[in-house]
Design a protein around this ligand. Structure first.
Ligand SMILES: *Cc1c(COP(=O)(O)O)cnc(C)c1O
Length: 412
C-alpha cells in the first residue's frame, strides 16, 4: 500500500485505524503452498487468534485455508464465516472437557494436549477421532515467552509420556487420526525444526490410523529490511521430501498440515495513528500518539520492534524520537527511534500490525478499539467500525450503593 493510500484511509476512516492488505495475505498463502507443492495433500489451517476479523476469515476461506482455533468462540466465528466444521481444528490448552466435547459435537477436529483430558474424552467418546499434540522438547529459538516446545512448557504431551498415551488409546479404543506439534513462535533454524519433525515422525509410527501430521507454525517474519526470517522455500523443499518419504514408510498417503498465523497476516497490517503532540524534554523528544498499549500491546508485552514511519513527511530530515501512547502508565512503542521529522497532526504507520495486534486490543483507559480496513486490489473496505461509548457502557450494570454514614464521609 502506498503512503498516499494510507493517508487517504486515515482521512476517510479516522485514526487510529488498522489497515490490512489482502494482496499480501494472498501472496504469503501462495508462497507457503508453493514451497510445499510436491506434497500431495497439504492443508493450511489459519490460526484465527492472530487476526480474527470475520472478513479476514472469509478471505482465507477463498484462498483455500482451513482454521486453527483455540477457543469455542473462535470456532463459532469460523462457522459464522462459512467454514465447514471439518475444516476447523480445535487446539486449545487448559480448557474444560465440556468445551472440548461441545466443539467435538459441532464436528470439528479435536486436538488434545493433556493425558487426563485424553483419557476422559477417549472413555466417553471413543468413536470421535482425535489428534494428539506432542511436546517434542525442542526449542525453536526466539523469546522464551513464545518458545512452547521446551521442557517446562504447559503445551503438548511430552514425548516421554508416549507409553501413557498408548495405554490410554489401547484401553479406551479411541481413534487417533492426527499427530501435532507447535514448537514456538520463532523458527530461525530449519535444522532444529527438521529435528523436531523427526521426533514427530517417530511418534507417528505408534499410531495406525493417522490421516494427517500437523507441524504447527512459528514461522518468523521480518520486522525490518535485513531481518532474519524463516526460509520457507528451504523448509518446504527439505520437509516435503522427508514427509513424502515418511508416507512411504508409513504405508499410506497422509496430509501435511500447518497452522500459520503471523506468517499469513503480520506483514499485511499497518497501524495508523495521529500525532497528538510533540513533547521536548531535557533529553528526549516524545511523539505522543492517539493510541497506546490498549491498541497494540506487543512492544510493551514482548519488546516487539514494530517499524514506525512518518507517512505525512516521508522525505523529511531524520531525527530521534520516542514514540509513546496516551495511556496513563508507561506506554512506549519505540525508544529513540530514527524517524523523519514529526509534526503534530502527522500520521505514523506501524508495520507488521496484522498479527496479534487488533486481536489483543482492549478498552483500557475506557478507550474505543480502532476501526479495521481491508484493502484488496487497491479498494479499501471497512471491516470493523470504531467502537463508540455504547460499546464501553453496554454490559455494565449500574447499581446505587449508599453508605450508612454517608454524612460523615462526604466533605464539603
Ligand atoms: C498461536 C498458534 C499458532 C500460530 O502461531 P504463529 O506464530 O502466529 O504462526 C499455531 N498453532 C497454535 C496451536 C497456536 O497456539
Amino acid at each position: 500500500m502506498q503512503n498516499s493510500q494510507l493517508l487517504e484511509i486515515a482521512k476517510d476512516f479516522g485514526s487510529p485505524v488498522y489497515v490490512y492488505d489482502a494482496n499480501i495475505i494472498e501472496a504469503q498463502y501462495k508462497r507457503l503452498t508453493s514451497a510445499f507443492n510436491t506434497v500431495k495433500q497439504l492443508k493450511i489451517n489459519y490460526a484465527v487468534k492472530a487476526l480474527s476479523n470475520i472478513s479476514v476469515l472469509k478471505f482465507m476461506k477463498q484462498l483455500g485455508a482451513g482454521l486453527d482455533t483455540v477457543s469455542i468462540q473462535e470456532v463459532h466465528l469460523g462457522l459464522a464465516a462459512g467454514y465447514k466444521a471439518k475444516d476447523i481444528i480445535f487446539t486449545p490448552n487448559g480448557v474444560s472437557l465440556l468445551e472440548i466435547e461441545t466443539v467435538a459435537k459441532l464436528g470439528c477436529q479435536i486436538n488434545i494436549d493433556n493425558l487426563s483430558i485424553l483419557e476422559q474424552f477417549g472413555t466417553k467418546h471413543p468413536e470421535t477421532p482425535v489428534c494428539i499434540r506432542i511436546n517434542p522438547h525442542v526449542m525453536a529459538g526466539g523469546n522464551t515467552n513464545i518458545s512452547v516446545g521446551h521442557i517446562d512448557s504447559k503445551f503438548g504431551i511430552s514425548i516421554h509420556q508416549i507409553p501413557h498415551i498408548l495405554r490410554i488409546v489401547e484401553n479406551t479404543k479411541m481413534n487417533i487420526n492426527g499427530i501435532h506439534m507447535h514448537t514456538g513462535s520463532d523458527i530461525l533454524d530449519i535444522d532444529v525444526f527438521l529435528y523436531a519433525s523427526e521426533i514427530l515422525f517417530e511418534t507417528a509410527k505408534n499410531f495406525k490410523n493417522l490421516q494427517f501430521i500437523d507441524f504447527g507454525s512459528g514461522f518468523k517474519v521480518p520486522y525490518k529490511t535485513g531481518d532474519i526470517e524463516t526460509n520457507i522455500e528451504e523448509l518446504g523443499q527439505k520437509l516435503s521430501q522427508r514427509f513424502n518419504e515418511f508416507c512411504k514408510e508409513y504405508g499410506k498417503p497422509l496430509t501435511l498440515a500447518f497452522e500459520p498465523g503471523k506468517f499469513l497476516v503480520s506483514e499485511a497490517g499497518q497501524f495508523l495513528v495521529n500525532v497528538n503532540a510533540v513533547k521536548q524534554t531535557t533529553s528526549t523528544v516524545f511523539a505522543q500518539v492517539d493510541s497506546g498499549f490498549n491498541h497494540l500491546i506487543r512492544p510493551m508485552l514482548y519488546g516487539s520492534q514494530h517499524e514506525i514511519r512518518n507517512i505525512s513527511n516521508p522525505e523529511g530530515r531524520e531525527r530521534f524520537y520516542s514514540v509513546v501512547g496516551y495511556i496513563c502508565e508507561t506506554d512506549t512503542f519505540a525508544n529513540n527511534r530514527r524517524i523523519t521529522e514529526i509534526n503534530e497532526g502527522d500520521i505514523l504507520a506501524f508495520s507488521n500490525a496484522g498479527a496479534y495486534c487488533y486481536s489483543m486490543a482492549s478498552n483500557y483507559n475506557s478507550r474505543y478499539r480502532p476501526a479495521e480496513v481491508l484493502v484488496y486490489n487497491g479498494q479499501a473496505h471497512l471491516i470493523r467500525k470504531r467502537e463508540t461509548f455504547e460499546d464501553i457502557i453496554n454490559n455494565q450494570v449500574e447499581i446505587e450503593l449508599t453508605p450508612k454514614d454517608k454524612k460523615k464521609l462526604v466533605t464539603k
